[in-house]
Design a protein around this ligand. Structure first.
Ligand code: PLP
Length: 395
């Protein structure tokens, strides 16, 4: 019996339209109604495509996922997760088992490092953190029970470039999974699957969504069975994304290419400008000839050196304080990839747990800042930095 009188709670159907919306509709529905038990059976069987329950997938997540699949040239449809860390966790927890060993880059994102050093060992999974630019050290770290190597192509915040070609060959030779977190470099600069990676991870929270108003992640695997396993684990563990976040992320991603190109060209200009200032001791930008890994970056990133610039002010914490105060038009905030330029200061945030000596050894003194370059007018941005450097260092 049809609900013609509207006496039942839910409407039968949406209003009909011969035309379709240009903007992806927001599908807030958690549940999807099937016509018959037979059809539901076929859906669960995979013979008929249809949504059932939003933890298992929904249209807004699929729209975002397929977009990233295309950008990454992913061999399989990736999974959109509730955050970048959910994607990292899905790989580390959904693929390993007690007794396994995992190797990580020694400058991974802080929470990934924490998962590697605190949570995996608690579950009986041992870990080693190794320089991803040092293939001999990586080789030496491999044990019979090693399952995977997790790296980022460009490290945070000192912007070292991993030897991805060497790692890919090593992983193949030793039968390990090579997992690449591509958040920093993005598929516009680097496509890990084309370099032999087995799994690609993203935090969409950063450059891909780009507006600091949504947290999401993505993970895809080259191997079909592994990709399925990651999907099932994220569903079971409840790492599902909200439709509204996916809707926002899609909107942000529509302008990703333009944002990336603009931020990148401004970053190159800012890096050169900072290097010309007297109060700046050194500048780290993979596009500069004086970057230690410049040649590798050029090959790996096909001449795209991204939007992150690090530099060291000539001075102590007081100078660093004076700098962020003087640069008050810029956000001093622990993120990256926003439309606005953001500053981060590792000594007081991501690397505060280390001793001053250890930080200095890693090249992160009190004067060290990381800049995520945004979409400001390049000339204006250079002027703001120059004035803040001059005010803070007195030259
Ligand atoms: C931010 C970030 C993550 C974590 O992503 P969230 O969306 O914040 O959970 C993982 N890896 C890298 C490289 C990141 O920058």
């Amino acid at each position: 019996m049809k609900n013609e009188t509207g006496s039942l709670v839910r409407p039968d159907a949406l209003p009909e339209s011969a035309s379709r919306p240009v903007v992806t509709p927001l599908s807030a529905s958690v549940v999807y109604a099937s016509e018959t038990p037979d059809m539901l059976d076929q859906q669960y069987q995979g013979d008929l495509h249809g949504y059932t329950y939003a933890r298992e997938g929904h249209p807004n997540a699929d729209v975002v996922g397929r977009r990233i699949d295309r950008m990454e040239a992913s061999p399989n449809p990736g999974v959109v997760t509730s955050s970048g860390m959910a994607a990292v966790s899905a790989v580390l927890l959904g693929v390993t088992q007690t007794g396994d060993h995992v190797i990580g880059g020694n400058q991974l994102y802080g929470r990934s490092l924490r998962m590697m050093t605190e949570d995996l060992p608690r579950l009986g999974i041992t870990t080693s953190m190794v320089d991803p630019g040092d293939i001999a050290a990586m080789r030496a770290a491999i044990r019979p029970e090693t399952r995977m190597i997790l790296i980022e192509a460009v490290s945070n915040p000192t912007l070292q470039v991993a030897d991805v070609a060497g790692l890919s060959a090593l992983a193949k030779e030793a039968g390990l999974l090579l997992v690449v977190d591509n958040t920093f470099t993005t598929p516009r600069a680097f496509r890990p699957f084309e370099w032999g990676a087995d799994v690609v991870i993203h935090s969409l929270t950063k450059l891909l969504a780009g507006h600091s108003d949504v947290m999401l992640g993505y993970v895809a695997a080259r191997d079909r069975a592994l990709n399925d396993r990651l999907r099932v684990f994220t569903v079971t563990a409840g790492m599902n994304p909200s439709p509204f976040d996916c809707w926002l992320a899609e909107r942000g991603m529509l302008s990703f290419d333009l944002r990336f190109d603009r931020a990148q060209s401004t970053a190159a200009r800012l890096a050169d400008h900072l290097a010309s200032l007297k109060g700046v001791k050194r500048v780290i930008y993979p596009g500069r000839a004086d970057h230690p890994d410049h040649v590798r970056a050029d090959a790996l990133l096909s001449g795209q050196f991204c939007n992150m610039v690090s530099f060291e002010l000539d001075g102590d914490r007081a100078v660093a304080n004076a700098f962020t105060r003087a640069a008050d038009g810029l956000s001093f905030a622990p993120t990256l990839g926003d439309v606005g330029t953001t500053l981060s200061h590792p000594a007081s945030s991501s690397h505060r747990a280390l001793t001053a000596e250890k930080r200095t050894a890693l090249g992160m003194s009190e004067g060290f800042f990381r800049v995520s370059v945004g979409l400001e007018d390049p000339g204006t941005l250079c002027t703001v930095f120059e004035q803040a450097v001059t005010t803070a260092t007195g030259n």
